[in-house]
Ligand binder design. Structure first.
Ligand SMILES: *[C@@H]1O[C@H](CO)[C@@H](O)[C@H](O)[C@H]1NC(C)=O
Ligand SMILES: *[C@@H]1O[C@H](CO)[C@@H](O)[C@H](O)[C@H]1NC(C)=O
Length: 974
């Protein structure tokens, strides 16, 4: 968020002299020394064409193959600097992922090498069966069930290729842009061993200009506006080209406000003129179409073709720029330029998107299972100003029967922006206030930022300072000071392990022994929002911390910048986890993040604008985050800045209701826009959308279980579900909700009355979710146009799906625990369907001990007890005890029994309605299998799933079959 408080305004005017995104607040590539050098290198290579040859080669006689596993090491040298040594190491993991690491050996200084250790959940297991075979010109490993994968490391020039079925999937240094700038001394002395010095002294040092350029471009100091980056380590950037010779589409590298299929940044007709940038930043009023860096960085890229998908994870934490281009429609070249750090790259061989998600989740973890209430609707604004304001917002929602689960407090709850400390004038009774919200089954989320006001009256700052837990300025002495919400502030350094336990203790709601400060004016119903964790520094270069600031262990901020946000939300998450015994699932929302942040909760796309463009790009951004592992994601409903008109607000609720994280938020200058303030019919439209969200909570929750185990995203773009359907590769305005079979195409166009929707290339019916009208796709795919008036959202059930819903309107999700279910069944063209339902208590960790239910529903034609060939048999069975791999939150369900006490607590919960769309003829009878009594049912004639026709589908409605959700049952339709 950004200022309009008085302090904020002053600061803002000082640093930005304007009110909208200004290019000049942030560097473009040509203003960043190492990016300029990297791009210039690429330009020289392009100019030289075939004459270009990488100076890097692998020293053949240095290859050392580990006899026990799939690892080898070798020395790499550059013909430009014969005395400088680089070490290369390749490992093939047990799942076929290849890790490529390169670092300078015996250099003058040390490159930062810990980015991966923060991102990874554990040291990956190396294959003990795959072996490297060293030859004269290359070293290779061949593996896979059919020996279809080959990794070839060529010696001269150094080149790494991952090949599948003879086709190159991903190639490193194929364009010869690899350049690891070695450490050197400012006086012109080379680093490295004596040989380098010899070469220097020799008459004819090897020419370097052709490769490095003819001047030391910003090697030792970099000035920008009024800032000087002292660069004490000198140049240490890393340039690397990563090419996908057989993949024409690339996705990922969030967060950027752009399309899911990444537009080009170089080459003819490039879409953007600058590379994509990773340098987590608080970009005020970010543009809705731009490669500039915003709040988070996940250096993960998927390259896709109808043949295969391949991925890379480049574990680098420093500022990084990425150029994307296509030499042909079928290939993609990318060029990664990082300011510092070792090369530590993971090649994810695929070959399907599903495989990539699994391979990536094995490295960095899956999203954790959130508390169920966190999937409800969150109401936020900057700011609810008093505790009575909070109470009145809650009351107004309830008076209008509009459901919500969480009320939020932005920075103004705190006294002088000293987080944790209540402003007692406005919030005299914080614990009572929270209890009033919690009494209705709801929660609160309160903001805690990483900047600490530098005053002796602030115990949190005081203690952090005494313990030496704050980031230091470039000279390494004292505490770095900058301006943020709290005025003169210092920043927590979560790279310091001594900060961890102390930070966790702050969140304890009881008093601590020895008088240590803890948040006694809080309760277990308070969860946390971590904002400004890029970190945002109002008077710093690019609104962040100077790169030469010093973190724990002497690392410069430059080396760790993009990790900063993740470490903060991690430790807040751990703090909330540990504050109660037994622990409850924390909810922590973060703005800044890195690969691995999915383990610590939810993300939102930051300070968007109340415009149609931002609404639309928000969907693309959430998709891009989703495929890079950050599954619990959403954009602020309404847009942070501005005053959306009712039409826009209604559409925005429709978008939000179909995102995993669903929150409305507004700037302090924006007019109040809680849904109860809307005029009719808008208010009713929004109420209906919220009720729709709540009715679908079982679907969302079930999909979350899946992502905690498989890493498959919850918001699933077309290429993930239909990897061979080329028509879907560029689609990013419609998507599936996990494997539920729900397809949604939110409307983000002003004045729309209809919308076009692409039905994927499969011969299946798709049912309008609301009226069950059938549309048919074909094996070539089909675009349809559907009505989309303001109260309509194009939502479809893919033929073959069973959707479990809870359709009784309630004020909050916690009030739905004993509600009955409806099953909505859209039959496939063959008259079949399947679905799943996962439930647990929604907030404890008992699910990891088997306190849960996980059901599978099937609609098929298998015989019943009495009926041999039914028209349809709808059944429910226990998945948790049948699936050999059953798990949740990455924990196997070995201790599960169907009689667990959670299951018993919902033993009366029943199915109150079954709706079957697309049955081919009117039944004669509908009975619970084995019972004689006829159930109550109703039939509406219409098109069947197997017909060729479109239009109103046949519908069978079975009323209150009274079958229980925790029991196996089947209903036989004759
Ligand atoms: C980069 O920014 C500078 C200063 O604002 C500007 O002159 C230059 O045109 C920009 N370059 C690009 C490629 O946008
Ligand atoms: C998260 O915090 C724990 C300690 O609470 C620490 O061991 C772990 O390394 C941290 N991970 C990240 C990514 O910060």
């Amino acid at each position: 968020m950004r200022p309009w408080t008085l302090l904020g305004l002053v600061v803002f005017l000082l640093v930005e002299d304007g009110f909208a995104f200004k290019d000049h607040d942030f560097k473009n590539c040509s203003q960043s020394g190492f990016c300029r050098r990297g791009r210039a290198l690429a330009a020289r290579a392009k100019e030289a064409k075939d004459a270009w040859k990488s100076p890097y080669s692998l020293v053949a006689d240095s290859v050392t193959v580990n006899p026990a596993d799939a690892t080898f090491t070798a020395r790499v040298k550059s013909s430009l600097y014969p005395g400088i040594k680089f070490g290369l190491e390749l490992r093939v993991h047990h799942d076929g992922v290849v890790r490529v690491r390169m670092d300078e050996i015996d250099g003058l200084r040390k490159r930062y090498d810990q980015a991966a250790s923060w991102a990874l959940i554990a040291e990956p297991k190396i294959s003990e069966t795959i072996r490297w075979t060293a030859g004269k010109k290359d070293i290779r490993a061949v593996y896979g069930a059919k020996k279809e994968i080959e990794v070839v490391v060529s010696y001269e020039p150094l080149r790494v290729a991952l090949i599948r079925n003879g086709k190159e999937q991903v190639v490193l240094n194929g364009q010869g842009l690899l350049h690891m700038e070695h450490f050197r001394n400012k006086d012109g002395q080379e680093g490295g061993d004596g040989a380098a010095q010899e070469v220097l002294k020799a008459e004819n040092p090897p020419p370097r200009e052709w490769f490095e350029g003819d001047k030391e471009d910003d090697y030792w100091e970099e000035k920008w506006i009024s800032w000087t980056d002292t660069k004490p380590k000198g140049p240490e950037s890393l340039s690397l080209d990563i090419t996908y010779p057989n993949h024409g589409t690339v996705y990922g590298i969030p967060q950027h406000a752009t399309r899911l299929a990444l537009p080009t940044t170089t080459g003819e007709n490039s879409f953007f003129s600058d590379p994509y940038r990773f340098y987590n930043a608080d970009v005020f009023e970010y543009l809705a179409s731009s490669p500039v860096s915003i709040y988070g960085s996940i250096p993960v890229m998927h390259a896709h073709s109808a043949d295969s998908t391949v991925g890379i994870f480049n574990a680098v934490a420093s500022e990084t720029w990425i150029d994307v281009s296509h030499a042909s429609e079928k290939s993609t070249e990318t060029h990664w330029i990082s300011e510092s750090g070792i090369m530590d790259l993971f090649l994810l061989p695929g070959p399907t998107p599903e495989d990539i998600f699994k391979q990536y989740a094995t490295l960095t973890g899956s999203p954790v299972l959130p508390a169920q209430w966190a999937l409800g609707y969150h109401q936020c604004r900057w700011n609810y100003m008093t505790s009575d304001d909070i109470r009145s917002v809650q009351k107004r929602f309830d008076e209008d029967d509009i459901p919500f689960d969480v009320l939020w407090l932005d920075i103004e709850y705190s006294e002088d922006h000293k987080y944790f400390i209540w402003n007692k004038k406005n919030f005299p009774d914080p614990v009572d206030m929270v209890n009033d919200v919690a009494a209705l089954g709801r929660k609160m989320v309160v903001i805690i930022d990483p900047h600490l006001k530098r005053t002796e009256e602030y115990p949190v700052y005081q203690q952090a300072s005494e313990r030496g837990l704050l980031v230091k300025p470039s000279n390494g002495e004292g505490e770095y000071e900058g301006l943020c919400w709290s005025g003169k502030s210092s920043w927590m350094d979560f790279f310091n392990p001594n900060a961890w336990d102390w930070w966790k203790s702050l969140f304890k709601t009881q008093s601590l022994p020895g008088g240590a400060w803890s948040w006694t004016e809080s309760t277990e119903d308070v969860h946390i929002w971590n904002d400004m964790n890029e970190p945002s520094v109002f008077n710093g270069p690019e609104i962040t911390m100077p790169k030469d600031s010093i973190h724990y262990d002497g690392w410069e901020h430059r080396d760790v910048h993009n990790l900063n946000g993740m470490l903060f939300s991690n430790h807040t998450w751990q703090a909330v986890y540990e504050r109660s015994d037994p622990p409850k699932r924390p909810f922590v929302l973060t703005r800044s993040y890195y690969a691995g942040s999915q383990r610590f909760g939810a993300l939102w796309t930051g300070d968007n604008l109340g415009t149609w463009e931002h609404m639309a790009v928000g969907i693309k951004m959430t998709l891009s985050n989703s495929i890079a592992g950050m599954g619990f994601v959403g954009s602020d409903v309404g847009g942070f800045f501005g005053n959306p008109e009712p039409e826009m607000l209604v559409r925005w609720y429709q978008v939000g209701a179909f995102a995993p994280f669903f929150r409305a938020h507004a700037h302090i200058d924006a007019k109040r826009r809680e849904p109860y303030l809307l005029e009719e019919p808008y208010k009713s439209y929004v109420r209906d959308i919220l009720r729709l969200r709540y009715s679908l909570l079982p679907v969302w929750y079930t999909q979350f279980r899946e992502t905690t185990v498989t890493g498959m995203p919850i918001m699933r773009p077309h290429y993930v579900v239909f990897p061979k359907d080329k028509n879907g590769f560029d689609l990013d305005d419609q998507y599936f909700i996990g494997s539920s079979g729900i397809l949604v195409r939110p409307v983000t166009e002003k004045g729309a009355t209809e919308a076009s929707v692409y039905l994927p290339a499969e011969n299946q019916p798709y049912y309008d979710y609301f009226n069950l009208n059938i549309f048919r796709s074909t094996t070539k795919g089909k675009t349809i146009t559907v009505p989309a008036a303001l109260d309509q959202i194009p939502v479809f059930i893919r033929g073959g799906s069973i959707i479990p819903t809870r359709e009784r309107p309630r004020r909050a999700s916690t009030a739905m625990k004993l509600d009955p279910f409806t099953l909505r069944i859209g039959l496939s063209k063959d008259g079949l369907a399947r679905g799943e339902l996962y439930l647990d208590d929604g907030e404890s960790y008992d699910h990891q001990k088997g306190q849960l239910i996980w059901r599978e529903f099937n609609a098929d034609k298998t015989s019943g007890k009495k009926v041999k060939k039914p028209l349809l048999r709808i059944s429910s069975r226990d998945m948790a005890s049948h699936e050999p791999e059953a798990a949740v939150d990455g924990v196997s369900l070995k201790t599960y029994t169907p009689e667990n006490s959670f299951a018993q607590s919902i033993s009366d919960v029943r199915v109150e309605r079954i709706v079957v769309a697309g049955l081919n003829k009117k039944p004669k009878s509908v009975k619970v299998d084995g019972d004689d009594g006829e159930l109550i049912w109703e039939w509406i004639d219409g098109v069947s799933a197997g017909d060729k026709k479109e239009g109103e589908s046949s519908v069978l409605i079975v009323r209150d079959p009274k079958v229980l959700i925790v029991k196996d049952w089947s209903i036989v339709i004759e």
